[in-house]
Design a protein around this ligand. Structure first.
Ligand SMILES: *[C@@H]1O[C@H](CO)[C@@H](O)[C@H](O)[C@H]1NC(C)=O
Ligand SMILES: *[C@@H]1O[C@H](CO)[C@@H](O)[C@H](O)[C@H]1NC(C)=O
Ligand SMILES: *[C@@H]1O[C@H](CO)[C@@H](O)[C@H](O)[C@H]1NC(C)=O
Ligand SMILES: *[C@@H]1O[C@H](CO)[C@@H](O)[C@H](O)[C@H]1NC(C)=O
Length: 329
């Protein structure tokens, strides 16, 4: 019942958003009352870079997500983008949606709301398809917007559209990117950063703050650090005491700590094809790196945050706990 009510609210919200998808405004829609437990705690899984018709261990990762999802009694799933390879979706009846999503993540525990951002590969298809409410008629778990906020009281999760930041996509000639709703780029990025900064500054002080984007800020794998995000996004995360920056893009699992702020950089991009065999040191503190497939879990209460990374056997490879002083208002 709770879920149905929530779906109805979200469907209403998407209806509004779709009308604005042609504009270059980056204003961040807030989703209130996402599914949480009666005691206010929240747990979720994070997977990225996955849609390959079950291939490259995608189905095996999905099975283990189902098992761990049940164990942790998760409330939602987050996708860090590159949802459908190689070129996103090209129409709402594109079979990739069913073959790479609905038919793969079939466990009961994964029958929850999925919140997704777009990755660079998603921009290579018809970018509006993944944002379209029509997909929700095929699978109501699906929810994807460019930039939005999930407000669950004890945590606010800020989803950020990072693809437009990367200079090279705007000049690359071997791939086509669908920039409808983004260009002119400078204005889109500056609006987005302004909106994010404002939303972070006005967030409940006691709430955990998690920012999700497709691209890395810090990474030791193939793509390495994303310099545009280090320059433009990272200062906003630092000055607003963001707890976690969660991304995909590099097809691996990573935990890197910021030298001079609270921010933990977490890569969960092991949803399917992995094993790039690349390691390049980054300038901040590497705590964990796994070059293979897997996913991440986050369990939150008002003052504790537990995260863990799992491989395709569902074994915990690395875990980490954070605590927060309780702010009595
Ligand atoms: C699937 O996972 C196993 C175990 O990590 C690995 O040995 C194998 O290479 C993976 N397959 C692919 C296609 O990545
Ligand atoms: C979408 O792409 C698939 C292949 O991925 C192709 O079979 C289909 O014809 C395409 N549809 C449209 C509308 O372009
Ligand atoms: C982080 O600290 C290390 C060791 O002190 C230093 O080499 C590195 O340059 C620092 N990185 C940044 C981004 O400040
Ligand atoms: C995190 O806390 C859990 C208990 O809630 C404990 O089992 C685990 O060892 C802790 N992990 C770390 C890295 O401290």
């Amino acid at each position: 019942m709770r879920t149905l009510l929530f779906m109805a609210i979200v469907l209403g919200v998407i209806g509004i958003v779709q009308d604005c998808s042609g504009s270059s405004s980056a204003s961040m829609m807030k989703i209130e009352n996402p599914p949480t437990k009666p005691d206010g705690s929240l747990s979720f899984l994070v997977v990225g870079d996955w849609g390959r018709n079950g291939e490259y261990n995608q189905s095996v990762v999905a099975q283990q997500m189902g098992r761990i999802g049940e164990e942790l009694d998760i409330d939602m799933v987050i996708s860090t983008g590159d949802n459908f390879y190689e070129n996103g979706l090209n129409c709402t009846s594109d079979e990739k949606f069913v073959h790479s999503f609905s038919d793969i993540y079939t466990a009961d525990s994964l029958n929850k709301q999925w919140y997704s951002v777009l990755g660079n590969h998603d921009y290579r298809g018809d970018v509006l398809v993944q944002l379209s409410p029509a997909l929700r008629l095929i699978d109501p778990r699906w929810f994807c917007m460019r930039s939005f906020i999930v407000d669950a009281d004890i945590v606010q999760i800020f989803f950020v559209d990072t693809t437009p930041f990367e200079n090279k996509y705007w000049t690359e000639t071997d791939h086509h990117y669908d920039w409808r709703g983004v260009a002119p780029r400078e204005q889109y990025i500056s609006n987005l950063l302004k909106d994010l900064d404002f939303a972070l500054k006005t967030a409940t002080p006691a709430a955990w703050k998690i920012v999700v984007g497709h691209h890395t800020i810090r990474s030791v794998s193939d793509h390495g650090d994303t310099i545009e995000l280090v320059d433009q996004l990272l200062p906003i995360l630092k000055s607003n005491d963001v707890d976690l920056y969660v991304n995909g893009h590099d097809h691996c699992l990573e935990h890197i700590s910021s030298n001079d702020s609270r921010v933990q950089f977490l890569t969960s991009g092991g949803g399917s094809k992995a094993w790039r065999g690349v390691y390049k040191p980054t300038s901040e503190k590497l705590r964990f790196f796994y070059d293979g497939q897997g996913f991440m879990s986050v369990q939150l209460s008002q003052n504790t945050l537990k995260l863990a990374f799992y491989d395709i056997s569902g074994d915990v490879l690395h875990d980490w706990n954070l605590t927060k002083e309780l702010i009595i208002l």
